[in-house]
Ligand binder design. Structure first.
Ligand code: PLP
Length: 408
């Protein structure tokens, strides 16, 4: 096999032309600021697609999550239940407000927050009032179960739908389940503004607060009058032009990503691996990233320290480290699964609740290659595959052959 001449990427922006038209309109009309038609349209299109009453265009998904955390009323010292296996941006905003994340283990059916572990967490920390949940890689979480637990404990739900725009659970769009919700238009997401994000809610007062906070919290006065802390979080009208131009292509992107997922699934039929799972009866993921999980019996020895990884190759077996290194040798980009938050040095001393045992898991129980909890087990055995929607079938076939060669 030959090295790819043009790099095969994990996930990159896919532009269509309208984006440039709307950016140019912003330029020509001189709305080169954080006000303008593109912002209004991007917000309207989001509400139309997702079904929310209000959306507030912001400079990033992380900013949206930060304002969600503020709206949920998290105060210094408050514990907050958070998805464990996710991007750090899901949980960092809790800490911006002085909150203390307590991590909830992952379930193996959708790779999202385990409702059973969440239930256990409320028994251990009955005072907790806020839950932050992410839908990983565009696959909806077990929302009926999660919402039932949240309702019973009167908890506010913050929904991080950054990776899941366009995914549905029982016909309802991701981004419609939390009290406060965030989506992202970061460059590698299913549609992009090059950057950007939005806060979604059905609460008019909350939307107005978020809009005010995002524009430096100016009061209605002839001068700069401030009664509360403000932020410079609003989306640019140029960025909004890109978002506006991308929306008509969201479903096309999802169809391309689904086809990529299905080709991998078919291509790996004879390998000891499975794809990232979803509830085919109740949910339609957006298939943002295709991931694979190596069967336990087919794992070669792999050791991961804080910065480096090693493996020992064995006939018929492989591991994420070997596959990622081999893909890189051929000029293709994969990525490890999000390393669980409870194993991150910054969050190592935080609480972590699993569904098994007494609900308390020791972070020291982890042995490389055989996770003590579901999240670390998926991290040890899983990886994200090149999932760019501009990848050709020929390129993907070669990626499949490269992965197969690792198990030779
Ligand atoms: C991308 C992402 C974010 C953050 O979005 P930005 O727009 O990059 O700030 C938050 N959570 C998850 C799960 C993400 O993947």
């Amino acid at each position: 096999m030959k090295r790819f001449e043009a790099k095969v990427w994990l996930s990159t922006p896919t532009m269509h032309g309208d984006e440039l038209k709307y950016m140019t309109e912003a330029f020509q009309t001189n709305w080169m600021s954080t006000i303008g038609e593109n912002i209004d349209e991007a917000e309207r299109l989001t509400c139309e697609k997702v079904g929310c009453k209000y959306s507030v265009a912001l400079c990033s998904g992380t900013a949206a999550l930060h304002l969600c955390v503020k709206l949920a009323g998290i105060k210094p010292g408050d514990r907050v239940f958070c998805s464990d296996m996710t991007f750090g941006a899901t949980v960092n905003p809790v800490v911006y407000e002085g909150g203390i994340p307590v991590f909830i283990d992952t379930e193996p059916d959708t790779w999202n927050m385990d409702p059973k572990a969440l239930e256990k967490a409320f028994a251990l920390y009955p005072e907790v009032k806020v839950v932050v949940l992410a839908h990983l890689y565009g696959t909806p979480a077990k929302m009926d179960e999660i919402l039932e637990v949240c309702r019973r404990h009167h908890a506010v739900l913050i929904e991080d739908a950054a990776e899941a725009l366009g995914a549905t659970y029982k016909g309802v769009q991701a981004g419609m389940f939390g009290d406060y919700r965030a989506i992202s238009f970061n460059g590698n997401k299913i549609i992009t503004g090059s950057s950007g994000g939005m806060l979604l809610t059905d609460d008019e007062q909350a939307a107005n607060k978020a809009r005010k906070w995002s524009t430096q919290s100016r009061e209605n006065a002839p001068w700069y009058q401030h009664e509360e802390l403000g932020y410079n979080y609003r989306m640019s009208n140029v960025i909004a032009g890109v978002v506006r131009g991308q929306y008509p292509y969201l479903e096309e992107h999802i169809a391309q990503k689904r086809a990529i997922y299905q080709r991998y699934q078919e291509g790996f039929r004879d390998l000891p691996v499975t794809m990232n799972p979803y509830d085919a009866q109740n949910s339609q993921p957006n298939f943002w990233l295709s991931c694979l999980l190596i069967d336990r019996a087919a794992m070669c020895r792999q050791a991961r320290g804080e910065r480096e990884a090693l493996y020992v190759s064995e006939p018929g077996k492989s591991c994420p480290t070997q596959i990622l290194e081999t893909l890189a040798q051929y000029n293709a980009e994969g990525r490890p699964i999000w390393k669980p938050m409870h194993m991150q040095p910054i969050y190592r001393m935080h609480g972590f609740v699993t569904a098994q045992g007494d609900g308390r898991a020791s972070t020291n129980a982890y042995i490389a290659g055989c996770g003590a909890d579901v999240g670390m087990d998926i991290f040890a055995r899983g990886l994200c595959l090149p999932s760019d929607n501009k990848m050709t079938v020929e390129e993907q076939n070669q990626v499949i052959e490269i992965v197969k060669s690792c198990f030779a």
